[in-house]
Ligand binder design. Structure first.
Ligand code: OAD
Length: 251
C-alpha cells in the first residue's frame, strides 16, 4: 500500500506553525484494539445499555455493577498498546512550540505513548473521584471489585472520574480546550464522529478563528464539508505519513 500524500499547503503551514491543537476521539484508539463505548458491550455486559451503566442514577442504584463494568474496561485497556497514530502525535508535540492535545478518550493511551500537553475532556478510566463531593482522589480503587472504594476524606463512595451521560464536562478543561482551539494556526480533528457536544464545537471554533482545520477519518462526518483538508484514512497510517512528509522523520 502506498503512503498517503499530504497536501503541500498543510506541510508548509505545519513547518512554520507555533500553535497547533488536536482533538482526538475513539477512532485513534481503534487500531490499538480498544473497543468504543458501545463495542465494549460484549459477553457478560451485552445485556446492559451504556445508558444503564454510565449515569449517576445507575451508580446510585447499583455502584457495584458500575464499578465491575469499569474494572472490566480498565482490564481491556491495560492489554492495549499505543499505536503509530498516538506515537506520531508525540513527535508532533516535540516540534511545535505551543501544542495542545484535546482528547475525548478515557483510555490514557496518549499519555502512555509519551504525549504531555493533554486535556482529557471526558475524564480517565484509571482515576477516581468522590461521588458526593466531586473531588479527585489519589488512591486508586482496589483491583478487585469486591469492596467498594471509599473517599479517604469523607468516607463516601468513590466513582470513576469520567463524564457520564447528562453530566457537564470539567469547566477548567473545557475552557483550556476552547482557548487552544481559538489560538491554533492548525487544528486537527482525528478519529471522532464529531457528533458529541461540546467537543464537536471545537473544530468549528478553530475554523471561525481562522485556523486551517484538518480532519483525519476513514469515514465522512458532519464536520467534513467545513474543513480545509479531509484526509481519508486510518489515523495510524495518515499521521505517520504526515510526520514523515512534514519533518522528514519516521515516528
Ligand atoms: P465515535 O465512536 O462516535 O466515533 C469514532 C470515529 O472514529 C468514527 O467517525 C470512525 O469513522 C472513526 N474511525 C474509526 N477507525 C478509525 C481509524 N483507524 N482512524 C481514524 N478514525 C477512525 O467516537 P467519538 O467521536 O470519540 O462520550 O465519541 C465521542 C464521545 O461519544 C465519546 O467520548 C463518548 C461517547 O458518548 C462520553 O463518554 C462522554
Amino acid at each position: 500500500m502506498s503512503e498517503p500524500r499530504i497536501p503541500a499547503e498543510l506541510i508548509h503551514r505545519l513547518r512554520s506553525a507555533r500553535r497547533v491543537a488536536v482533538l482526538t476521539g475513539a477512532g485513534i484508539s481503534a487500531e490499538s484494539g480498544v473497543p468504543t463505548f458501545r463495542e465494549a458491550q460484549t459477553g457478560l455486559w451485552a445485556q446492559y445499555n451504556p445508558e444503564e451503566l454510565a449515569t449517576p442514577d445507575a451508580f446510585r442504584r447499583n455502584p457495584q455493577l458500575v464499578w465491575d463494568w469499569y474494572l472490566s474496561r480498565q482490564e481491556r485497556v491495560r492489554l492495549a498498546e499505543p499505536n503509530p497514530g498516538h506515537l506520531a502525535l508525540v513527535e508532533m508535540e516535540r516540534r511545535i512550540a505551543d501544542f495542545t492535545l484535546i482528547t475525548q478518550n478515557v483510555d490514557g493511551l496518549h499519555r502512555r505513548a509519551g504525549s504531555h500537553q493533554i486535556l482529557e475532556l471526558h475524564g480517565n478510566l484509571f482515576r477516581a473521584k468522590c461521588f458526593s463531593e466531586d473531588c479527585p482522589v489519589e488512591n486508586p480503587p482496589p483491583e478487585s471489585g469486591e469492596i467498594l472504594p471509599r473517599c479517604p476524606q469523607c468516607g463516601g463512595l468513590l466513582r470513576p472520574d469520567v463524564v457520564w451521560f447528562g453530566e457537564m464536562l470539567p469547566a477548567n478543561i473545557l475552557r483550556a480546550a476552547e482557548k487552544a482551539a481559538t489560538q491554533a494556526e492548525v487544528f486537527f480533528s482525528i478519529g471522532t464522529s464529531a457528533l458529541v457536544y461540546p467537543a464537536a464545537d471545537l473544530p468549528l471554533t478553530a475554523l471561525t478563528a481562522g485556523a486551517m482545520v484538518v480532519e483525519i477519518n476513514p469515514q465522512p462526518t458532519p464536520l467534513s464539508p467545513h474543513v480545509t483538508f479531509s484526509l481519508n484514512g486510518a489515523a495510524g497510517v495518515v499521521l505517520p505519513a504526515l510526520i514523515a512528509q512534514t519533518w522528514g522523520i519516521v515516528a
